[in-house]
Design a protein around this ligand. Structure first.
Ligand code: GFB
Length: 321
């Protein structure tokens, strides 16, 4: 696996974090700041609309960032993906096409593209290795998002082949952590469970409802670990093959709900709402490629849920919910 010299990335490098207000982008920003990077560029959505090609080109022409971390995306949980297929495929295709192309045109040295574990076929052998990409049909609830992300991977690979543009693609598993979205219609399962347990505890409700059968299995990576992995790979990885970023362990949704209930201190029951979809039966990443490069996740699920619950409690007034 080709490696680059980690020393190449100096603390004075000009780095653009696209999507710095989101779950992933804000964790990457925290990590860059903690590591002492001095020239980090960000733009709020109202300053720069990444779906608008002309604006993106103008921004890159003016700023000419040396490194780009593309963490801007339209994301959401199973219901949001299923309800807004057009928004998910359009916004993600536009954002990533505009940013990858402008980065190439205006001389960016390296771009890190972030995909998702849902790019793999619904019934991939588990754990899912990188070479299961495009080997079978996708999960219908999120195929629109997945197709956009697959196009992003292919665009990075094509620009590397044709233009020698140094773009790498990382595939994170399901992420959670500080800065997450706690809106019950749009969020992913983990923040939804934190909010449901907290609200039920506060109101004295007898139970919470969780969607589906509780049987699907998911892997959860704390977002600060993802940020650590993204910078590690930005420093140390330089090839067209995608790299999974995960912990290599999964839990059932019911087990997760029980863990969240315990951490939040809710004493009531967990009731299944079987009218809601389960989605993919299992999504567990094979992380041998990443481990072989020298990186492993540090935060346990229990530590991460506890930290996320504390963040939720401390940020009640500004939460997305
Ligand atoms: O996290 P989640 O929305 O996304 O749902 P996916 C995971 C599982 O948790 C599903 C169940 O089986 C849900 O039915 N679940 C139980 C709940 N209770 C809840 C709840 O209150 N809220 C939510 N949201 N789920 C997403 C994709 O799939 O994964 C995205 O839609 C993306 O495209 C992301 O890839 C990582 O894991 O099913």
């Amino acid at each position: 696996m080709p490696l680059m010299n980690g020393e190449d990335l100096s603390r004075t490098a000009k780095i653009y974090v696209a999507g710095h207000n989101g779950l992933v982008g804000s964790a990457i920003l925290r990590k860059l700041q903690a590591d002492g990077f001095e020239d980090i560029i960000v733009r709020r959505h109202r300053q720069l609309d990444l779906t608008d090609q002309a604006s993106v080109r103008t921004f890159f022409e003016q700023e000419q960032p040396q490194y780009v971390i593309l963490a801007a995306a339209k994301v959401g949980g199973i219901l949001a993906n299923d309800s807004y297929p057009a928004d998910f495929i359009r916004d993600n295709l536009l954002i990533q096409t505009n940013v990858i192309d402008a980065a190439y045109r205006f001389g960016t040295k390296k771009l890190v593209f972030l995909g998702s574990s849902c790019i793999y076929p619904k019934l991939s052998p588990q754990p899912m290795t990188e070479d299961s990409l495009l080997t079978g049909p996708l999960e219908p609830t999120n195929e629109w998002y997945a197709i956009a992300k697959i196009a992003g991977i292919k665009m990075c690979q094509a620009y590397r082949r044709q233009y020698n543009f140094n773009a790498i693609s990382l595939m994170p598993t399901n992420l959670y952590g500080p800065g997450d979205n706690f809106d019950l219609e749009k969020s992913h399962v983990l923040p939804a469970l934190i909010r449901k347990c907290h609200d039920a505890k506060t109101s004295g409700a007898s139970h919470i409802e969780i969607w589906g059968t509780g049987k699907p299995r998911r892997e959860f990576l704390y977002v600060d670990d993802l940020a650590d992995a993204a910078l590690f790979l930005m420093r140390n990885y330089d090839a067209e093959e995608i790299v999974n970023v995960g912990v290599g362990e999964d839990v059932s949704i019911l087990e997760l709900a029980e863990l969240v209930r315990e951490i939040v201190g809710f004493q009531g029951d967990i009731v299944l709402d079987r009218s809601k979809p389960d989605g993919t039966p299992r999504k567990l990443m094979a992380v041998s490629r990443l481990n072989g490069l020298g990186w492993t996740a540090k935060t346990t699920l229990k530590q991460g849920v506890l930290a996320t619950y504390h963040w939720f409690l401390d940020n009640q007034s500004t939460l997305r919910k």
